[in-house]
Design a protein around this ligand. Structure first.
Ligand SMILES: Nc1ncnc2c1ncn2[C@@H]1O[C@H](COP(=O)(O)OP(=O)(O)OP(=O)(O)O)[C@@H](O)[C@H]1O
Ligand SMILES: [Mg+2]
Length: 360
């Protein structure tokens, strides 16, 4: 999706990805198959390009530092990536900068955690390597603490009884211009621990919207962030806004911007890192985004059912990622549904979610 936007501005994109049949391999100007955790591979790749960016934060940051010292432009900056790679450092950053977040402490091992005898329930998150809810546990009882908790450096967080989860996508370019996209609201699939529906505009009060946007601005201003940043937040039952975590790249909660905004999150990311003026982020139409997840019970070469009927519906935009195999709950694509009437957008989205099935 980033490449599709780059083509419009005649920007040539080279991609490094460990999978030989990565979806982008078919459309990148140059595709290098390699491990982005490997120092030398990243250095060699980085030497080829003028500006280097990431779409996953689990990359070799030492190599990025080295590329910066060789005079390469790397955005977001390696120091920011180092912070977000570690949920413990992220939480310490929030605390230090008075950015409201769930209270927490850090542990090294399960033994440490058991010694502290923390009252349940609480949330345990691996400091490193988690994504898509993997690496996050809700510990609800002493028994689950004994049997299920991670034995690894982790963040122990207060379990927030939230009203809803929202996200703000914010961009800051090299010159310091800043723009946010309208708020989005997430609805999770409890079983997969993945976002299932995403609504924009979010149904929150003006006060909450202002606070969410203030927090996102505070983060980019404090860090002089360059690029596109998704800030995930909780709205609590008593109307507080707490920052959950951040992702310094185009994000699942911004996919709808491709059709719903004059500038997509991908175009905005490119503008930010190439120091171009940031684009218009107005929401043109109410929208709902659904992730197309592999159906439970199906693994193997993917088959999509219901596509033709979905395509026949006005305001339905399908994006298949070109992954050859499906697995239960694997993200295989997404659909954006727009309608001038927000409640019609919602009902159409639920209908499309029932219609399209990712099977094998
Ligand atoms: N302190 C908390 N209290 C209650 N629920 C939480 C808390 N922290 C996380 N969660 C729930 O777990 C989900 C995943 O957590 P988080 O976003 O931190 O992890 P992640 O694996 O990086 O997720 P993803 O990659 O899907 O964004 C959250 O979206 C939220 O639903
Ligand atoms: Mg998250």
């Amino acid at each position: 999706m980033l490449i599709q936007e780059a083509v419009n501005l005649d920007i040539r994109v080279a991609v490094l990805d460990p999978s030989p049949d990565a979806p982008c391999s078919k459309i990148a100007h140059e595709f290098i198959c390699g491990d982005f955790m490997d120092f030398q591979t990243v250095i060699e790749f980085g030497k080829k390009v003028d500006v280097l960016t990431i779409e996953i934060e689990h990359v070799n940051v030492d190599a990025l530092d080295e590329l910066v010292s060789l005079g390469k432009k790397v955005y977001p900056e390696p120091s920011f990536l180092r912070m977000v790679q570690d949920k413990g450092l992220q939480k310490e950053f929030f605390e230090k900068n008075h950015i409201a977040t769930a209270s927490f402490f850090l542990v090294q091992t399960r033994e440490d955690l058991l010694k502290l005898n923390s009252p349940t329930p609480f949330i345990q998150k691996l400091r490193r390597g988690g994504y898509d809810g993997k690496g996050v546990l809700a510990i609800r009882s002493a028994e689950s603490l004994q049997k299920e908790s991670f034995d690894a450096p982790s963040v122990i967080e207060e379990m927030i009884n939230f009203e809803k989860e929202i996200a703000v996508i914010i961009a800051r370019n090299v010159s310091g211009e800043v723009k946010t996209f309208p708020l989005v609201e997430m609805e999770f699939n409890a079983e997969a621990n993945l976002v299932e529906f995403l609504f924009s505009p979010a149904n929150v009060s003006d006060v909450i919207e202002k606070e969410a946007i203030r927090l996102a601005h505070l983060i980019v201003e404090k860090t002089k962030f360059i690029g596109l940043l998704a800030v995930e937040m909780f709205v609590t039952k008593n109307g507080e806004v707490l920052v959950n975590e951040m992702a310094p790249r185009p994000h699942n909660s911004g996919h709808h911007t491709i059709e719903a905004c004059p500038t997509s999150q991908y175009a905005q990311h490119l503008r930010a890192i190439l120091n171009l003026p940031l684009g218009d982020t107005a929401l043109l139409l109410p929208s709902v985004m659904i992730n197309l997840l592999g159906e439970k019970g199906f693994s193997g070469p993917v088959v999509y059912s219901g596509l033709a009927e979905a395509l026949a519906t006005p305001g339905v935009f399908i994006h298949l990622y070109g992954k050859s195999d499906t697995r239960p709950f694997r993200k295989m694509g997404h659909v954006t549904i727009t309608d001038i009437n927000p409640s019609l957008a919602h009902s159409k989205a639920r209908q499309i979610a029932r219609l399209i099935k990712v099977v094998s």
